[in-house]
Design a binder for this molecule. Structure first.
Ligand code: NAD
Length: 280
């Protein structure tokens, strides 16, 4: 078997084109504020891509690049200002934050209707109880890729590797909400392959190149590789692409899979926050 490659770039382009057309019809534009604290090189790249995409689709954006030594109080002050801003409908704080700032304290200060990433406790609770109001962008992108490729979820065995609050756990919740039988594996899971080999849908979100290879994949499975790793300046995922191609029915590449969908979902979520706030 040779897997069909799931093209996240193309799917993201389609979504962005639809949003661009919708935004063009609006008099007052949706506004996204992205806040970056410190010097994390990957985070800098991500916020620049997000800003560029806003420009592409006609969404107003403000980018705040704050120095590493920014205090929690200063950051909270900025969040307060953005909460009150009439031009801003969606607030994104790029994680991770420097160690001296509590992510929990910052995320809970973001106005609930401007929580574009769905990381606030209220939105986490909503998702856990099956209400998908503001869904984190990467997990939402994973589900959208399954939907766009006609991959059924209900009744399937889904295995998620990784249990972070931003990827693994919300992906597991979304799959559960869609009636998959979900297993979550993590760093303390023993015999990982025993779980992955039973997966009809395998989502890998760890950050370890070649963690999953073809021998660990069920023939005909759908494999979504969320991982982003840099090896000698080249981007690779968590799945050994060559061997996985021979076992899976569907496979996402890295780059060009989940990554572009994350950005498209951020813009979609920005538009949703705008509509909610404007009562549209
Ligand atoms: P994280 O470090 O917060 O979590 C990693 C998870 O992997 C943990 O839950 C841990 O228990 C698990 N883990 C670690 N070693 C393991 C092992 N040997 N076996 C099984 N599980 C193991 O990372 P994250 O923020 O969830 O991100 C995961 C990956 O996804 C990273 O590579 C990150 O760069 C990437 N990512 C990609 C996008 C995108 O848009 N494509 C977005 C967010 C994150």
């Amino acid at each position: 078997m040779t897997a069909t490659i799931i093209d996240g770039k193309k799917a993201a382009e389609r979504i962005k084109a639809r949003i661009k057309a919708e935004v063009a019809m609006l008099k007052a534009k949706p506004g996204l504020a992205a806040v970056l604290v410190g010097e994390n090189p990957a985070s800098k790249v991500y916020v620049d891509i997000k800003r560029k995409t806003c420009d592409e689709v006609g969404v107003y954006s403000e980018l705040y690049k704050l120095p590493e030594e920014t205090t929690e109080k200063e950051l909270l002050h900025l969040i307060d200002k953005l909460n009150k801003s009439e031009r801003i409908h969606a607030i994104l704080v790029q994680l991770p934050l420097p160690k001296h700032i509590s992510e929990e304290n910052v995320l809970k200060e973001i106005a609930i209707d401007k929580d574009v990433d769905g990381f606030s406790m209220i939105n986490v609770g909503r998702l856990a109880s099956g209400e998908e109001t503001a869904v984190p962008c990467t997990p939402k992108g994973v589900i959208r890729l399954l939907e766009e490729n006609g991959i059924e979820v209900a009744g399937k065995n889904a295995v998620v590797i990784g249990r972070s609050n931003i990827v693994g756990k919300p992906v597991a919740m979304l799959l559960l909400n869609r009636n998959a039988t979900v297993t979550v594996c993590h760093s303390k899971t023993r015999q990982l392959g025993e779980y992955t080999k039973g997966a009809d849908i395998l989502v890998v979100a760890v950050g370890k190149p070649k963690l999953v290879n073809g021998d660990m994949i069920k023939e005909g499975a759908t494999v979504i590789d969320v991982g982003i790793n840099r090896i000698d300046g080249k981007l690779v995922g968590d799945v050994d692409f060559e061997s996985a191609m021979k076992k899976a029915a569907y496979l996402t590449p890295v780059p060009g899979g989940v990554g572009p969908m994350t950005v498209a979902m951020l813009i979609e979520n920005t538009l949703e926050r705008y509509k909610e706030i404007m009562g549209k």
